[in-house]
Design a protein around this ligand. Structure first.
Ligand SMILES: NC(=O)C1=CN([C@@H]2O[C@H](COP(=O)(O)OP(=O)(O)OC[C@H]3O[C@@H](n4cnc5c(N)ncnc54)[C@H](OP(=O)(O)O)[C@@H]3O)[C@@H](O)[C@H]2O)C=CC1
Ligand SMILES: O=C(O)CCC(=O)C(=O)O
Ligand SMILES: [Mg+2]
Length: 415
């Protein structure tokens, strides 16, 4: 019988037939979802021989929701993600400038999915713009509910903007003088809190300790934004000391947490320098904990480094409530919509993360195996094909078929 995944004090409780809500997504989302769901079902069937299966439940958001219900993000969608705890989604469009605010960001904020977890690893054979792509092996923990992404903005020329300026100029005249062109300025507010920082940094340190990784780097622009990004750095270090017994390394500010023979270094880097060092010295970084906007930029940059956004997965997770929605790092790639062309790899690997989160490691391992073998055989979508010598071009659906073939051919021991 299909049932909901639950969370209790022992952790996530996953039945053999969990109901998993999914959003198809806008643009290339439907093509990608069609290929991905077949891979998920094939991996589960091969791993558990019918003992386990997923009861997929479509929920609406974005253009499809608007067409069918007149609402971009129906309440029912939020209710079902809340009730079923774990879900997966395709990308959703956000217009630039005016129009609706991001539905992707709204889902994260409404469900309080405070960590955007984006692992970045290299698959052998993937074409990359750097000389040693295998040296990049990082896990990004991007804060998902605060920062300039909170959407607190006052549009230039509006009544609210005028009201905000009046309050601001009266309360903080000296600061207001710093606004170079006050008459024509839009304003944004950047909230960054101790609680928001602590829960994100805690998730990053827990991950590094669980997998015995060498370092957690707090990435910020705290030299300029002292009380937001600087706060993030200071509160991160303070949390490591308070909750994990971190001690200063060579007089600080870097720290070390010792757990048996595992030495975890807590360090920090200023975001601009970090962005050049991930290219020049990627092996010096492992777990990265950062604020919302930095994390957005860093995710796409690191994805490109290991071969592109076509295989960049992610998950939005609340480790306390258990709620999680997995999704690709990329967007809707609208110019390719309906062409059965783009790489479904990011959503397929987001599903792999989802299975691992559910404790279905056998299905997750098979997805990795299928992906590795499809790439090694050079049967790839256009994004890899255009940079690979001697590759065979596959459509989005065909790349899914290739992965399924390798999953079904996998030796019993792999399943
Ligand atoms: N979480 C979400 O749902 C996200 C939604 N968005 C939204 O998506 C929309 C489009 O954003 P945009 O800035 O164009 O960024 P996109 O990530 O959608 O696309 C940018 C480029 O990345 C490449 N790309 C993206 N997806 C794939 C894929 N599956 N396989 C291969 N290549 C891929 C393509 O490169 P090339 O041209 O070289 O082929 C594409 O033109 C916007 O409305 C944005 O707000 C953006 C990010 C995340
Ligand atoms: O919500 C969007 O449209 C963009 C979000 C984004 O780029 C991201 O989460 O990486
Ligand atoms: Mg992004």
């Amino acid at each position: 019988m299909a049932e909901a995944i639950k969370m209790n004090d022992k952790g996530l409780q996953v039945p053999d037939q969990p109901i998993i809500p999914f959003i198809e997504g806008d643009g290339t989302g439907p093509d990608i979802w069609a290929a991905s769901v077949r891979v998920f079902d094939a991996a589960v069937a091969r791993a558990y021989g019918g003992k386990r299966s997923i009861a997929w439940r479509e929920v609406l958001a974005g253009e499809k929701a608007f067409k069918q219900t007149g609402n971009w993000l129906p309440q029912e969608t939020l209710d079902l993600f809340r009730d079923y705890l774990v879900g997966i989604k395709g990308p959703l469009t956000t217009p630039v400038g005016g129009g609706i605010r991001s539905l992707n960001v709204a889902l994260r904020q409404i469900l309080d999915l405070y960590t955007c977890l984006r692992p970045v690893r290299y698959f052998a054979g993937v074409p990359s713009p750097v000389k040693r792509p295998e040296a990049t092996d990082m896990v990004i923990f991007r804060e998902n509910t605060e920062d300039i992404y909170a959407g607190i903005e006052f549009q230039q020329g509006t009544e609210d903007n005028a009201k905000f300026k009046k309050l601001f100029s009266e309360a903080f005249p000296a600061l207001y003088k710093k606004v170079r062109f006050p008459d024509t300025a839009g304003f944004g507010v950047k909230p960054v809190s101790i609680e928001g920082t602590e829960r994100l940094v805690r998730a990053a340190i827990n991950h590094a300790l669980q997998y015995k990784l060498p370092s957690v780097t707090l990435v910020h622009k705290g030299n300029i934004m002292k009380f937001t990004e600087g706060g993030f750095r200071d509160w991160g270090y303070a949390l490591a000391r308070k909750e994990y017994g971190a001690v200063d390394l060579d007089g600080g500010p870097w720290q070390v947490i010792q757990r048996g023979d595992h030495k975890l270094v807590i360090k920090d880097a200023i975001a601009d320098a970090f962005l050049q060092q991930i290219l020049t010295r990627p092996d010096e970084y492992s777990v990265v904990a950062t604020l919302n906007l930095n994390g957005d930029y860093i995710s796409d940059a690191l994805a490109a480094q290991v071969g592109g956004i076509g295989i960049a997965p992610g998950g939005n997770i609340n480790y306390v409530s258990g709620h999680a929605i997995f999704e690709a790092t990329h967007g809707t790639a609208p110019k390719y919509a309906g062409q059965d062309k783009v790489n479904p790899g990011s959503v397929i690997l987001s599903g792999e993360m989802m299975f691992r989160y559910m404790g279905w490691n056998e299905a997750a391992d098979l997805i990795i195996l299928g992906m590795e073998r499809a790439i090694a055989a050079k049967t790839v979508t256009y994004d890899f094909h255009r940079m690979m010598e001697g590759a065979t071009l596959k459509k989005c659906s065909e790349f899914g078929d290739e992965i399924i073939k390798h999953i079904q051919d996998a030796p019993k021991s792999a399943a």
